[in-house]
Ligand binder design. Structure first.
Ligand code: AMP
Length: 357
């Protein structure tokens, strides 16, 4: 299988921190990175040789971007499908199908359920009456989520009781109502699949979310997760195979007393995999680039007994350099975002150790 030659250009759709870290890996491997995103704080551009700040509907700009790129990938799943239609399909990896599925929570759930995954009980909801019916059938408490465009807990409303379901102002677009899962902890399966179908998995961290947003990932993940990883990997691996996926794919799970419940799929590198930069033989970012470039995949083995990744959010970033004075050689990553707004992911810090403490 032919691989991308050094000096080739990898295009990245999206301009955030995931794109920035993908571009860093691309550059490390001797490629040039170019990103494309609508105007904004596109921090990926800091490490790209070129960047496009144009709307998703700008056909001329997309054509100019494509002309520069030998392969095109993405850093987030809400790139409009019309963008992919405007790009040469044979050069877009992992490929449109993965985005089509992952952009819609309903499609996503049906897709993994077909492969044997268990998801939270759920119903499609298009209006207030549907919501009342869903709260009645699925039960309360539950969560109403917009089917599309939600991330980091945005576009979600918790509903404690049937009475509360009646009082909700419906968002006016297709939603999914899910029963609230009583989980012990959360984890994700992150895998990389090569062009010839080989799959490697990183260890699954235990993930803690606050307000719908990941705040911490840690290893060892604990007995419950360790006992459920195999089943979860099986679903994730089947998902990747069914999509003919190439690159890094993430599936998020709740670890419950009854087994793993699949929450969602992210067809991309993932926040809960940031620890792999220092903690694994090859990072998720490097292996994604290797996969889309057709290079041999690197090992995914964990290199330390204990690993913890914490996100640095909002104004905490302003004092983040102080972390460097702490013992234990913390690995600090700041994303270079201009405004430290509340709830905004500004960076992360990874601590690794082989000590027994
Ligand atoms: P999501 O946007 O679907 O990834 O949800 C973000 C976070 O909200 C999850 O990681 C959970 O912490 C929480 N959450 C989402 N859906 C459910 C659910 N059905 N039951 C319990 N917690 C949930």
């Amino acid at each position: 299988m032919s691989s991308l030659k050094p000096g080739s250009t990898i295009g990245i759709l999206g301009g955030g921190q995931l794109g920035r870290m993908l571009a860093q890996s691309a550059v490390q491997l001797g490629y040039r990175a170019v990103c494309y995103a609508p105007p904004g704080d596109n921090i990926a551009a800091d490490v790209c040789v070129d960047h496009f700040e144009n709307g998703w509907g700008d056909k001329a700009a997309l054509a100019a971007f494509a002309a520069k790129c030998d392969v095109i990938t993405w850093e987030f799943e809400n790139v409009p499908l019309s963008v992919l239609d405007a790009l040469p399909a044979e050069r877009v990896v992992p490929g449109k199908r993965a985005l089509e599925i992952a952009q819609d929570r309903l499609n996503e759930k049906l897709f993994v359920e077909e492969l044997g995954a268990t998801c939270a009980p759920h119903m499609r909801v298009d209006n207030e009456d549907d919501l009342k019916r869903a709260a009645d059938r699925v039960g309360t408490p539950g969560i109403l989520k917009t089917a599309r465009d939600g991330y980091d807990g945005k576009g979600q409303w918790r509903i404690a009781s049937a009475h509360e379901a009646e009082g909700i102002r419906f968002p006016g677009r297709t939603c999914i109502y899910e029963g609230l899962v009583e989980f012990e902890t959360e984890f994700s399966v992150i895998l990389v699949r090569s062009k010839d179908g080989a799959v490697k998995y990183w260890d699954s961290t235990s993930n803690r979310h606050e307000g719908g947003m990941l705040v911490r990932s840690a290893l060892p993940a604990g007995k419950l997760i360790e006992a459920q990883v195999e089943e979860a990997r099986n679903i994730a691996g089947q998902t990747a195979d069914a999509l003919g996926y190439v690159g890094v794919l993430t599936l998020e799970f709740f670890a419950t007393k009854q087994g793993p419940i699949c929450n969602e799929m992210a067809p991309r590198v993932h926040n809960s995999g940031h620890w792999t930069i220092e903690g694994a033989a090859t990072s998720q970012f490097e292996n994604h680039i290797r996969a889309v470039a057709g290079l041999p995949l690197g090992g995914t083995e964990t290199r330390f007994a204990q690993i913890e990744m914490r996100n640095i959010v909002g104004e905490d970033a302003l004092a983040a350099h102080q972390i460097l004075a702490e013992e234990g050689e913390p690995h600090l990553h700041l994303y270079g975002k201009k405004e430290a707004r509340e709830g905004r992911k500004m960076g992360h810090v990874t601590r690794v150790s082989n000590s027994a403490d």
